[in-house]
Design a protein around this ligand. Sequence first.
Ligand code: NI
Length: 176
Amino acid sequence: MTVRPIRIFGDPVLNSEATRIDTFDEALRTLVSDMLETMDAAGGVGLAANQIGLTKRIFVYDCNGMRGALINPVWEPIDDYVQIGPEGCLSIPGIQAEVERHENVIARGQDEFGRPVAIRGNGLLARCIQHETDHLDGVLFLRRLEPEVRKEAMAVIRGADWYQAQGELVEEGDRA
Ligand code: NI
């Protein structure tokens, strides 16, 4: 297993849509191991492939006592309940903001052997499923913030050492 470097805000791969996975081989299972180890090493509760530079539709998660990988995920809300709570991202160091998400969701996809799986989650796991699937669509949680809050977050990001070290960067707020 290998801890892979995590891409951070400003890397175009984080704004790229990931493509479907159709091959369930040893390389995929190694990827799952690496992603779980990378997530653990970073202290995260979820990690999407874009975050290690791969545009493949897979994320790993470890929250609410549930741990694993979901491939080609598609989720839907179970009811109308929403949750509003602090959210952060391993690819946006030091930024946390309140984000509204569905409280109860069911996610369907495949495991690393290609077997169909469904994960029903509430609270943190539901938030994780929504956040990580967004990553696979090239969407960062900044895009889910109220405009004023996003402006504040962008100001903090612009002042961050890790951001300035990257040079010229995209403006997340400019995206549709
Ligand atoms: Ni994230």
